[in-house]
Design a protein around this ligand. Sequence first.
Ligand SMILES: NC(=O)c1ccc[n+]([C@@H]2O[C@H](COP(=O)([O-])OP(=O)(O)OC[C@H]3O[C@@H](n4cnc5c(N)ncnc54)[C@H](O)[C@@H]3O)[C@@H](O)[C@H]2O)c1
Ligand SMILES: [Fe+2]
Length: 404
Amino acid sequence: MIWTVKKRLYRTQQQVMKVASAVIPFPIPVLLTGPGSVKNLAENLKVRGLKNVLLVTDKILMDLKLPESLLDSLQENGVKYTVYDDVQPNPTIESVENGRKVYQKNKCDCIIGFGGGSAIDCAKIIGARISNPFMSVRRMKGLFRVFLPIPPFFCVPTTAGTGSETTVAAVITDAATHEKFAINDLKLIPKIAVLDPELMVGLPPHITSTTGMDALTHAVEAYIGLNGNKFTDENAKNATKLIFENLEEAYKNGKNMEARNNMALASFYAGAAFTRAYVGYVHAIAHNMGGLYGVPHGLANAIIMPYVLEFCRKEAEKKLAGLAIAGGIGTRGESEEVLSRRFIDKVKTMNKKMKIPTFIKELKEKDIPLIAKRALDEAHPDYPVPRIMTLAECEELVGKLLKK
Ligand SMILES: NC(=O)c1ccc[n+]([C@@H]2O[C@H](COP(=O)([O-])OP(=O)(O)OC[C@H]3O[C@@H](n4cnc5c(N)ncnc54)[C@H](O)[C@@H]3O)[C@@H](O)[C@H]2O)c1
Ligand SMILES: [Fe+2]
């Protein structure tokens, strides 16, 4: 009885969010696209009168010299820069605070997030802390808690997965509690996003596959959830099609510029969909695998997605069938049940072909109750999932992720 009332309350709250999401004016970043487009960012900063950038990235990308052409063009345009490259995958509050000090010490006036979701999210939160020094990172957790606008912010994704270059979200880990949580605010959407496939050709296959599956998870969770609208549905369908057509090729042949370009677009479309329509239990559980064990975000999503889709297949049957058709693996004449099952099989096959396992090797049985509790705390009531899970159901699902 109490559970039925609770579920109703969740649904009511989600409906309010759906209306809000349809009327909230989400800013859309200006896009610079195509091979070599990163070189055009500097002149855009100059035109805006910006003089001193903090570039937030990680050491691997610096060693690969990936930011070099951007840094050269900043110099050519008379824009000073400081590099902060101490971001780790699944970035922590500490990385944010250190980056904030570097920004202040060098009197920067804008920020570029350059890298995967980790660098971009860290950059977003550095910006939030710069303009809101009275708010700790923890206090900004949740929705619309970034009070003052962040300094001018620009994004250069080097993975095709998170969509952070167009989302309201920034995900961060509290190293003290191993809790991973999101800060969501319109002020975190960048002014300009660069989708330059040349920066992605060297992305190793296992990161290509897992980040690409993150983008697919965004498209799927946004589409099968109850808060989608015409705009998010179109973006989710486009992303799914592009991912089905290009991800395995980008994985096998990283230098295929067209596949890389299409994956960069897919990640952007999927980001545009989920930032308005939310994600679901795949993400809620995956965040805990990142926070507790440092499992890469895309890898966790890829592994968890088939289990969650099986859990809600019936409730999401019509939507999964629609996505199967949009993705080019089915036709309108077929039954929705067949199409929805084929969609789940397709995800499993893609995982298998890209050597993604069916279990999370780091998962410990004793942690399952904590993971399930934290996942549901994250998902309820915000995520408009097609089928609401009880704690027992969540524990059972997480149990299936143990290595057999
Ligand atoms: N803000 C959002 O909307 C959003 C959405 C989904 C996920 N996330 C978060 O983003 C983070 C994950 O980001 P990610 O999946 O992009 O991975 P990542 O940023 O953690 O990068 C993974 C690894 O790939 C390397 N790498 C990145 N680009 C490379 C390139 N072009 N060539 C070679 N190596 C490269 C990085 O150095 C790093 O070691 C997680 O913290 C996740 O929770 C954020
Ligand atoms: Fe994600």
